[in-house]
Ligand binder design. Structure first.
Ligand code: PLP
Length: 452
């Protein structure tokens, strides 16, 4: 139908992570509204969204408190910037709040519109500080294979996904260390402790090969999210932090997914005993209701940035909507909802049941590894269990499963060979059962189809 929503989208929209004009092998899905954990499309179908939008809409789509905060702030002061020492009052309040809930005693906050921009900003800060301190050669950035840090030229260079080769990225000086996924990358006969030790050893070798004096920072997601929900191997962060410390390399925790409760603590850093020098936040920071990202600098970075900015007379950086008053008001309310009104407590309460049903999926004929923490999980599927042999074509079977889930009224995301679950924090056991039952039905259907 030429005038259908689908046809209009296919003719005009250039959607990310799709080809055009297909948009999706099943055609585009045009959504009209959401309620609680469910989304509704123009075809009148409804879906339980096990993606929380894109890991961000953790409070559901109709949270009244959040809507009220947004409307009230829009009436009061709907837009402003944060240039030249002028800024909205709500951006001051949210900066204060972020430092209060951060692991830092004191600090400083810089606002962006997205996680990509926040990572980009942090890298520019590192470069500026090092130059101001007379160390212009200290520019290289270490991240990890399979990491996801965004899509701007710098944050895409940090992202450890092969698809960035299509842009001729990474830029020079962006290095990728090992992915600490024991189940997949552990060698035959290697224990998890030996694997972790190898990760730390390889990181140290990389640093020594490149020259520690050329490295500006190490960025890591506590749990890799878009890489396919990969919790670190046991003892990983305990093993690599001393390596970084020994070489004077700062640790920046990219908490865009993990921050504000996803792992069952305020920060993924807290869950894994990471002592970060700075935190990158976005997504659940506003429950996704407004675009907002933040760089939260700890004490030492805050002081160094202040000295650097004084030296060159300013920090020549900022976005038109940095510290947007409505985004900040929504952020303040979102933090209140998550930390004080029980959403994080709910994640902690339902996580054991989530993990129990998730872990049971490993026994499915297609199940390779079931992994997760808090309220983030993945089932990696395999063609052959004993040898962990992947299916041909990275997305072939995981995408088939995700499509079969759509038939069941469930949105979940295929990532590599895994199907990922990151439901909203307002789930309860009944909704978790619905989610896992639908996924199991989809898995059975795809397994049958593969046999045929
Ligand atoms: N960092 C991490 C860990 C992410 O998961 C993402 C997005 O998924 C980003 C950064 C980029 O954030 P954005 O898409 O808001 O630019």
């Amino acid at each position: 139908e030429p005038n259908s929503w689908e046809a209009r989208a296919m003719a005009n929209v250039m959607a990310g992570f799709t080809d055009f004009p297909t948009l999706h092998e099943r055609g585009p899905m045009i959504l009209t509204h959401g309620k609680g954990v469910r989304l509704y499309d123009t075809a009148g179908r409804d879906y339980l969204d096990a993606n929380s939008g894109l890991w961000n809409v953790v409070c559901g789509w109709d949270h009244e408190g959040l809507i009220e905060a947004m409307v009230a702030q829009t009436r009061r002061f709907p837009a402003y910037h944060a240039f030249f020492g002028r800024m909205a009052d709500t951006s001051v309040e949210l900066s204060e709040k972020l430092i209060e809930v951060s692991p830092f005693a004191t600090g400083r906050v810089f606002f962006t519109n997205s996680g990509s921009e926040a990572n980009d900003t942090m890298v520019k800060m590192l470069w500026m500080m090092n130059r101001a301190e007379g160390k212009p050669e200290r520019r290289k950035i270490i991240t990890r294979i399979n990491s996801y840090h965004g899509v701007t030229a710098v944050s895409a260079s940090m992202t450890g996904k092969p698809y960035n080769e299509h842009f001729g990225l990474p830029l020079p000086g962006f290095l990728h260390a090992d992915c600490p996924h024991y189940w997949r990358f552990g060698e035959e006969g290697e224990s998890e402790a030996e694997f972790t030790a190898r990760m730390a050893r390889n990181l140290e070798e990389l640093i020594e090969r490149e020259g520690p004096e050329t490295i500006a920072g190490f960025f890591a997601e506590p749990v890799m999210g878009a890489g396919g929900v990969i919790p670190p191997s046991k003892g990983y962060f305990e093993a690599i932090q001393p390596v970084l410390k020994r070489h004077g390399i700062p640790f920046i925790s990219d908490e865009v997914i993990c921050g504000f409760g996803r792992t069952g603590a305020v920060w993924g850093a807290e869950t894994y005993g990471i002592e970060p020098d700075a935190i990158i936040a976005s997504k659940a920071l506003t429950c996704g209701f407004m675009p907002l990202g933040a760089v939260i600098l700890g004490d030492a970075f805050a002081e160094r940035m202040q000295a650097a900015a004084e030296k060159i007379e300013e920090f020549p950086h900022g976005f038109t909507s940095s510290g947007h008053p409505v985004a900040c008001a929504v952020g303040l309310k979102a933090i209140e909802i998550i930390l004080e009104e029980g959403l994080l407590a709910n994640v902690r309460m339902i996580s054991p049941y989530f993990m129990k049903r998730l872990n049971a999926l490993a026994d499915h004929p297609l199940g390779g590894e079931a992994r997760g923490i808090g309220l983030m999980g993945a089932l990696e599927v395999v063609a052959e269990k004993a040898t962990k042999t992947p299916f041909d074509g990275a997305l072939s079977v995981s995408e088939r499963i995700a499509n079969a889930c759509l038939d069941q009224g469930l949105i979940c995301r295929p990532l590599g060979q895994a199907v990922v679950l990151c439901p909203p924090f307002i789930m309860d056991e009944t909704l978790l059962d619905e989610m896992f039952d639908k996924l199991e039905t989809a898995l059975d259907k795809v397994a049958e189809g593969l046999k045929a």
